[in-house]
Design a protein around this ligand. Sequence first.
Ligand SMILES: *Cc1c(COP(=O)(O)O)cnc(C)c1O
Length: 410
Amino acid sequence: MNAPEPAVSTMPAKAATRAMPHTLNTYGRLPIALSHGRGCWVWDTNGKKYLDGLGGIAVNTLGHAHPKLVPALQEQIGRMIHCSNYYEVPLQEQLAAKLCELSGLSGAFFCSTGLEANEAALKIARKFGHDRGITRPEIVVYEKSFHGRSIATLSATGNTKIQAGFGPLVEGFVRVPLNDMAAIENVARTNPNVVAVFLETIQGEGGINPSRWEYLQGLRKLCDQQNWLLMLDEVQCGIGRTGQWFAHQWAGIKPDVMPLAKGLGSGVPIGALVVGDKAVNVFGPGNHGTTFGGNPLSMRAGVETLRIMEEDGVMANAAAVGAALREGLQRELAGVAGVKEIRGAGLMLGIELDRPCGVLLSRAAEAGLLLSVTADSVIRLVPPLILTASEAQQIVDILCPLIKTFLAES
Ligand SMILES: *Cc1c(COP(=O)(O)O)cnc(C)c1O
């Protein structure tokens, strides 16, 4: 039941002349070099100003150069950046306690990226199975999902383009479509090796595809019945982005395992695996580790990000401004042929067009707006959560005419 082995890409290699010849050719970069930022605005090295609708891909929760975050991080850098996990790190304890308070879960492990948090989740699931005598544990994963670029997380990812050229993939995954209860009930009936269900509460890279709340409630029930772990990848949709601390809270459920990363440190690399009672004792000493994970600088960034979010009502802002942004987009794009759907929650929004629209990336940048296009035809907006209503209106004012022109010409 593993994903089919994808064919190796037969695309010819890119021409040798590139703007950045010494970095590997892994990104189709825009020819823009960003120099500095303030709030939801960034400037390039030519002095051109952009409204940041991308937030470093859902990372810069508090925007750029936040006046409360900067002095706190400066203080921390002057005190200690890194010390290793050979010693107690009080800031880890502090951030773990806060994440447990906000999520209702019981413990946290810290790493530095989203894929590492997911890698830890996959290891917990397998060990959870082995501890119960399942020697070939399998994990249910989803079509159109994205969990990272390591060999295990790209194997869990539901995108053959991302997998192409990197086989053999890691085995032990069973793939189902999102929001299809019958499909996963069928897995429960036929596969005794399953130990966990692993999905993004709202798929990000796959095109901003939300799990239906009833589906999540159904999964919670099924996982309880089957003694499976419910593992919700909130790397992109977590940390207040949807107007709840964690997107699954809209459905009134709790996962057993929750990987976090992107927005947790407002730009400082950080990942976390937050787990509930069912998974809190799966790892013991020696089962998992990382050199950088949980260092004082990243922990301070997490602690301060959450503190400032609470102090300044940033999550409520994401909900309110996200709703206003969505309404603005809906109003401007209503009835426009070629606009298929506007979806998402809070400040995690996708506008799906009926055709590939990657060209809008450079056109929007030219017009002074940063954004991304994902799953070929979905314009993704994941701006800083401090976006103001007036900045949301400016996104609408810049973006909607570009979309209409694009659809009229192509
Ligand atoms: C970005 C992302 C990841 C991978 O995070 P990295 O920090 O790039 O490793 C994993 N899962 C989801 C849902 C993501 O959006």
